[in-house]
Design a protein around this ligand. Structure first.
Ligand code: PLP
Length: 442
């Protein structure tokens, strides 16, 4: 996670005063220099740096876009050596063009400048933080330097840089990731000089509970040295059943795995269980150690504040512990099995009905279906409307609550059987209600 290519987009606020003085060994800036160096030691090394500098005064925001920008010594009245400082860093014109496009997209007036050099707002802090000058940089110089609205708009625009690096992999007819398509996408990225960082596979997608094939996906990730995260938000609970563990075949190749006991393991919101193979990778990424957080216990305990972003956190493990103690593993297994049986029971009702059809495989407890009477030829648009109306009537009754999604543009009703005390009579009642409401408007 800590290699150049793997650095996530992050924003660092650096306050720097005194023009060139911090670089000249000035006593009053010593603490500031030490702080900047400490920050560098604690963050992942970036692949490129965009410095957003607040004090350039052109008519609109400018982005330094030259391949080898010079330095502008825009400070006055300092000792002679202040004007001899060098920072021979390269520019990153492609990134400059990308940033310009993102700003324009958000209606922020800006232009590229091939001639402009880096001003001291860039080279002074960077020479302290990265003295080798080996990380390409661009400088975005703002007009309205301290206007918070401008700053927020800018942040929104730059957030697009993250999304642009997110790729979607094609899925098969069951909505599960196609490993061949994943490998193709990785190869395409590599050919373009991009370095894929992480693959997120899902056990039980939100829309249809599709199960991605972890084994081949894991092998591909291993081959290309890519972090594999497995999101089993709802479906992870089913892994407490030995007969369901097959769906996680290949899980040993995952670097991280998460599931939400608050979804299907009877634990009050919120509680997400997160498993990580190499905790050091998290610590290297998130650890901060200011003086007031240093304790004698650091070696003896897991400091979870260093495994993620928040420092303060609730003790969620405690309520999960009580759930496990209350039901016992056997009790939990019985409940989950019961839910799966009820889901199968509901599936059979749909299969036996001439008025309803399944729209996705049902590996667990989510049933994707719609109203569609055999022998009547509705258009997709009509069916979408009919089913949206049906869902609304069912929910308006106050007796059941169903959700929907769209699978290949088809309006899909979702029935989830996972409530702690659900019984067959509830499922029967829900089915009768759905059938009655479907009949009402035919
Ligand atoms: C597959 C999947 N991942 C993630 C989430 C969101 O999880 P969380 O509530 O922990 O952010 C959901 C649903 O809420 C989900 O279905």
């Amino acid at each position: 996670m800590n290699k150049i290519e793997d650095s996530p987009l992050s924003i660092l606020y650096v306050s720097h005063g005194g023009g060139p003085l911090p670089l000249l060994g000035d006593e009053s800036h010593r603490e500031m220099v030490a702080n900047l160096r400490q920050v560098t030691a604690q963050i992942a090394r970036p692949a490129a740096i965009i410095v957003i500098s607040a004090h350039w005064e052109a008519g609109k925001a400018t982005i330094t876009a030259g391949a080898n920008p010079s330095l502008i010594y825009d400070y006055y009245g300092f000792p002679k050596q202040s004007y001899e400082i060098q920072y021979p860093v390269s520019g990153e014109p492609a990134l400059a063009r990308k940033v310009l496009a993102l700003l324009k997209d958000k209606g922020i007036d800006a232009e590229l400048d091939d001639q402009r050099g880096f001003d001291h707002g860039l080279f002074v802090p960077l020479k302290i933080m990265y003295p080798e000058a080996d990380i390409p940089c661009i400088q975005l110089s703002l007009v309205d330097s301290l206007n918070p609205v401008e700053h927020i708009k800018l942040g929104e625009a730059l957030a697009g840089l993250g999304k642009e690096n997110l790729g979607k992999v094609a899925v098969d007819e069951h909505f599960a990731m196609i490993p061949g398509a994943l490998e193709e996408a990785i190869r395409r990225d590599l050919e373009q000089g991009l370095k894929p960082l992480c693959v997120v596979a899902t056990l039980g997608t939100t829309g249809s509970t599709a199960i991605d094939p972890l084994k081949p996906i894991g092998e591909i990730c291993e081959k290309y040295g890519i972090w594999l995260h497995v999101d089993a938000a709802l479906a992870g609970t089913a892994l407490i059943l030995p007969e369901k563990r097959r769906m996680a075949e290949g899980i040993e190749k995952a670097d991280t795995f998460v599931f939400n006991p608050h979804k299907w393991m009877f634990t009050n919101f919120d509680c997400s269980a997160y498993f990580v193979k190499d905790k050091e990778a998290l610590i290297r990424t998130f650890e901060i150690l200011p003086e007031y957080l240093k304790t004698r216990e650091a070696e003896r305990v897991n400091n979870y504040r260093d495994w993620g972003i928040p420092l303060g956190r609730r003790f969620r493990a405690l309520k999960l512990w009580f759930v496990i103690r209350t039901y016992g593993v056997k009790g939990l297994q019985e409940k989950i099995r019961r839910h799966l049986q009820l889901a199968e029971y509901f599936v059979k009702k749909i299969e036996a009905s001439a008025d309803f059809e399944l729209l996705a495989p049902v590996p667990l407890n989510t049933i994707c279906f719609r109203y569609n009477t055999v022998g009547r030829s509705y258009s997709t648009k009509e069916l979408n409307q009919l089913n949206a109306d049906l869902l609304e009537r069912v929910n308006d009754s106050g007796k059941a609550f169903l959700t929907h999604t769209k699978l290949n543009d088809i309006y899909t009703i979702r029935m989830v059987i996972g409530q702690t005390q659900v019984e067959k009579r509830h499922v029967d009642a829900a089915w009768d209600l759905i059938v009655a409401e479907a009949k009402r408007r035919r």
